[in-house]
Design a protein around this ligand. Structure first.
Ligand code: KG4
Ligand code: ZN
Length: 334
């Protein structure tokens, strides 16, 4: 069975084909970064228009890269959560493709895609596991019992962690998206110079709060002046605070659930300092950590094709009518 996946929930247009025997056999991601950069964030209307421009040629290329040339057995598309206009492009396109090919269609929850992305790697994690989902829009600790069975253990009370990276990077004069740029600048910083707080770690629970770190960065910049080395020192202190906070919460989540597998998902999962921090955590906890490759961490259609494949084989199909949802609870899935 081969499933074509379509992802257009935010500012990446992506198409992939998952083959039940061979795994991902074709995958393309186009990032709209250059379009949104000058606005310092994603402009929803521009995102929708560009998805429309890119999607059809990308589907054609992915189908020919697959080497088989014939139609897939099913279509999976991201139906939410995300930017409604952007979601409607992929949803309408995916549902129409399925209709014209006369194959089943399945609507995929974007976060379910992220949660299952590590299962595309070798070795895949087995259920149940604790997932740390860290992206531009979400910061979640989730107990993943099985496909469709998710329990949210912790959430952010304000900014998502990727958003905190992006906002702090902006303060430091770095381009959008700020996460990778801040990570690069942090390498030039002296980690002993500045100490940032570890928010919400001295009280019980698994929730996060990151908006204070951004304010702390702003105050530090005002106190120490706007010089290059100060910026690098702020970048490394901010990153260390985020990483250590994540490590403390992941340790708590593993101990609280008694689980020994930690899976990382979402764009911030590409951060090397976070990967190193979690790697040493699991060594101490006699646990294992699973990271998807960078391409499967940020928004991508490989995870959507794969989640769609799992849903289809479990018997889920979409009727001819379709629906995109800007908001969609992960725990409402079954
Ligand atoms: O999962 P994703 O591609 O999109 C969604 O938000 O769904 O995540 C994008 C976020 C952005 O905030 C970006 O700055 C952050 O992930 N990010 C990083 C790194 N690479 C991407 N943050 C820190 N370090 C990185 N290396
Ligand atoms: Zn995402």
């Amino acid at each position: 069975m081969r499933v074509i996946g379509i992802e257009t929930s935010c500012d990446e247009t992506s198409v992939a084909i998952y083959d039940a025997g061979q795994g991902i056999v074709a995958h393309e991601i186009y990032t709209q970064q250059a379009i949104h950069e000058k606005f310092g964030g994603v402009v929803p209307e521009l995102a929708s228009r560009d998805h429309i421009r890119k999607l059809l040629p990308m589907v054609k290329r992915v189908l020919s890269a697959d080497g088989r040339g014939d139609r897939p057995d099913a279509v999976a598309y991201t139906a939410g959560p995300g930017l409604i206009g952007a979601l409607l492009v992929g949803t309408a396109f995916g549902r129409s493709l399925a209709w014209s090919w006369d194959v089943p269609a399945v609507a995929v929850h974007h976060l379910e895609g992220h949660l299952l992305a590590a299962m595309l790697e070798d070795p895949p994690p087995s259920f149940p596991f604790v997932a740390l989902l860290v992206s531009g829009g979400h910061t979640l600790l989730v107990r993943v019992n099985a496909m469709g069975d998710y329990q949210i253990l912790g959430d952010t009370l304000d900014d998502a962690v990727g958003e905190a990276f992006d906002k702090t990077a902006k303060l430091l004069g770095l381009p959008y998206p700020g996460g990778p740029a801040l990570e690069k600048l942090a390498r030039q910083g002296d980690p002993r110079r500045l100490q940032f707080p570890r928010p919400m770690t001295n009280r019980p629970g698994l929730d996060f709060s990151f908006s204070g770190l951004k304010t702390h960065a702003l105050n530090t910049l005002q106190d120490y002046g706007d010089e290059g080395q100060v910026r690098a020192n702020i970048a490394v202190a901010f990153q260390q605070a985020v990483v250590e906070t994540m490590v403390i919460k992941c340790r708590r989540a593993l101990r609280q659930t008694g689980l020994r597998r930690l899976v990382v998902a979402g764009g911030v999962g590409a951060n090397q300092a976070l990967r190193d921090g979690l790697q040493s955590l699991v060594l101490k906890e006699h646990a294992q950590v699973f990271f998807p490759r960078g391409e499967y961490c940020t928004d991508n259609a490989a995870m959507i094709a794969y989640a769609g494949y799992l849903r289809l084989t479990a018997g889920y199909y979409e009727p001819a009518a379709f629906n995109a949802r800007a908001r969609w609870s992960l725990e409402a899935l079954c």
